[in-house]
Design a protein around this ligand. Structure first.
Ligand SMILES: [Zn+2]
Ligand SMILES: [Zn+2]
Length: 362
C-alpha cells in the first residue's frame, strides 16, 4: 500500500476524491485527474442516484483487478479514443435506463450492466441461466477475452499459424454466431460438453469457448499468484492429484514447440488443481458451496496452454512465466466521500499508463 502524503509525487484519482469508487493514483505532475483504469471509461452511470454510485464502486473494483492482471502480463491497454482500431473502452450502464443494454464486447468497447453489481439481481440471473458461478470480475475477464481476440486474432489471415492454432483448439469461428447462441439458449449445451469445455456456455460457439477459457486462465493465474504471495506453498499441499498427460501441455503443431515450457505450464496448472481442491474442501467445511466448481479436462488444459502462449506473446515477455506474476495487495476500501451530482458521461481524453503509479492497489 502507498500512503499519499504531500510531496510523495502522487495524487489520488479524481474518482476516489469525488465518489470514493477508486483507489488508484496518478503522478502528481500529470495533467490527468483520473487514473489509467478510470480513463478507460467511455460511459459511466447516472450518478445523481446514490445507489448507482454504490453499484459503480463495485464495478470499478472488479475492473481494476482485471486491468491490473492484464498490465502485469505486459498487455498494454490503449484507450479507444487514442487508438480507435485496437483501443479499449468501457460502457458501464444500467439496463434500468437502457433496457436494450446487453453485456458484451463490440469493436473494443466492453459494455456491462450496472445492475449486475446488485448481488440479488446477479444471483437470480445466474440461476435462470443455469450458471455455476457469476461474478463481476468474471464478466470483465470474459469480455476482455473477446477484446484481445478481436485485437490480435480477428484480423489475422486464415492461414496464419496462430489463427490455424486457434481453430485447431477452439474450432472454426466461421460458425454462425447468432444462430449458435440461439441454439444454445433453446436447447442447452450438447451432451458430454464437460469433456471438452470449461463451462456449458463455452460449448455454444468458438468465440465464447475462447472467452470463457481466457477468463479461467486469468482466474487461475491470480488464484495461484495470490496464494503464493501470501506465503502459501501450493506445491506442498499434500493432495493425491492425478497429473495431466504430456499432451495436455503441448501447443498445436503449427506453433514453435518448447517441451520445457510445456512442462512448466503443466506444473503450474497442477498447482491450481491442488489449490482449488483445497479451497473447495475448506469452503465445504464452512458450509459454503465450492469456490471453484469446475473440472479441468485434458482438452480444456490444451486450450489453456494455447491461451498461455498467446498471453506470453501479446504481453511481449519471452521469459514470462505464470508463476512470476506478483500481485500487489492493498486496501481496496477507502473511506467514501459524499456524492456529488454528475453528468452521466465521462470521456477519456487519453491514456498514459503509469504502471509504477497505478499498481498500488486494486
Ligand atoms: Zn481511478
Ligand atoms: Zn461472450
Amino acid at each position: 500500500m502507498i500512503v499519499i502524503t504531500p510531496g510523495c509525487g502522487m495524487k489520488r484519482c479524481g474518482n476516489a476524491i469525488r465518489y470514493g469508487v477508486c483507489n488508484w493514483i496518478v503522478p502528481a505532475e500529470s495533467d490527468e485527474t483520473l487514473c489509467a483504469a478510470c480513463r478507460l471509461n467511455r460511459t459511466i452511470p447516472d450518478l445523481r442516484d446514490p445507489r448507482n454510485v454504490m453499484l459503480w464502486g463495485r464495478m470499478e473494483l472488479a475492473k481494476r483487478r482485471l486491468i491490473s492482471t492484464l498490465l502485469h502480463l505486459g498487455i498494454t491497454l490503449p484507450s479507444k479514443s487514442d487508438n480507435p482500431q485496437s483501443g479499449l473502452a468501457f460502457d458501464i450502464v444500467s439496463n434500468a435506463s437502457n433496457p436494450a443494454l446487453l453485456i458484451g464486447h463490440l469493436n473494443g468497447v466492453i459494455s456491462v450492466n450496472l445492475e449486475e453489481a446488485d448481488d440479488t439481481y446477479r444471483q437470480i440471473h445466474r440461476q435462470q441461466l443455469g450458471e455455476t458461478s457469476r461474478t463481476l470480475l468474471g464478466h470483465f475477464r470474459h469480455e476482455s477475452g473477446h477484446y484481445v481476440w478481436h485485437r490480435w486474432l480477428g484480423n489475422l489471415p486464415w492461414d496464419h499459424p496462430q489463427r490455424v492454432a486457434f481453430c485447431e483448439r477452439f474450432g472454426s469461428d466461421c460458425l454462425d454466431y447468432p444462430g449458435a447462441l440461439s441454439t444454445h439458449y433453446a436447447r442447452g449445451a450438447r451432451f458430454g460438453w464437460e469433456q471438452s469445455f470449461i463451462s456449458a456456455y463455452a460449448a455454444s460457439h468458438p468465440w465464447e469457448d475462447w472467452a470463457e477459457t481466457w477468463a479461467h486462465y486469468l482466474e487461475i493465474l491470480e488464484g495461484v499468484a495470490t496464494c503464493e504471495s501470501l506465503g502459501i506453498e501450493v506445491s506442498r499441499l499434500a493432495l493425491p492429484v492425478m497429473p495431466f498427460p504430456v499432451e495436455a501441455g503441448a501447443l498445436p503443431p503449427m506453433l514453435r514447440q518448447s517441451p520445457a515450457a510445456d512442462s512448466d505450464f503443466l506444473a503450474w496448472l497442477l498447482k491450481w488443481v491442488r489449490l482449488s481442491t483445497t479451497l473447495n474442501d475448506i469452503s465445504a467445511s464452512l458450509g459454503e458451496p465450492a469456490l471453484y466448481p469446475y473440472v479441468l479436462s485434458t482438452r480444456v488444459a490444451q486450450k489453456l496452454r494455447l491461451i498461455h502462449y498467446f498471453a506470453e506473446f501479446w504481453g511481449g515477455s519471452a521469459n514470462f512465466h505464470p508463476n512470476s506474476i506478483c500481485v500487489a495487495r492493498a486496501n481496496a476500501n477507502l473511506p467514501r466521500v459524499p456524492h456529488r451530482q454528475s453528468t452521466g458521461e465521462c470521456r477519456s481524453p487519453r491514456l498514459q499508463p503509469n504502471v509504477a503509479g497505478l499498481l498500488s492497489a486494486w
